[in-house]
Design a protein around this ligand. Structure first.
Ligand code: SF4
Length: 111
């Protein structure tokens, strides 16, 4: 009886491990990480989560209307609070953010 129980237990364990490994290997990718203002690259590029908090003395090229959601490197959906940024390896930046890499998003093509 114990041998049969041990056999069934081992069978269950050996079936569960590959299933767990496969679900991790082929499951959905984890969501991108949020970019923190304290990230060394964010500091180097002057990233702020709120464009109105950018220091004009340090970044005289900054204009208040420049935001991540109108930057060419922002791939977030319109209306969402944050989205991935190509300058930061796809990390999530705030739609209202800014950094010194900002470049105007091209106008959509007219039909
Ligand atoms: S590159 Fe553009 S989208 Fe990315 S943080 Fe800078 S301003 Fe925002």
């Amino acid at each position: 009886m114990n041998n049969r129980r041990n056999f069934l237990r081992q069978l269950a364990v050996s079936a569960a491990i590959p299933a767990a490994v496969c679900s991790r290997a082929f499951g959905q990718a984890p969501p991108p990480a949020k970019l923190e203002e304290t990230d060394p690259v964010a500091i180097a590029l002057g990233y702020k989560e709120d464009t109105t908090k950018v220091d004009p003395a340090k970044y005289p090229m900054h204009k208040p209307e420049q935001r991540c959601d109108n930057c060419a490197l922002y791939t977030g959906k319109a209306g969402e609070a944050s989205g991935p940024c190509g300058a930061f390896g796809g990390k999530l930046v705030t739609a209202a953010g800014w950094c010194q890499v900002w470049a105007k998003k091209p106008e959509p093509a007219k039909p």
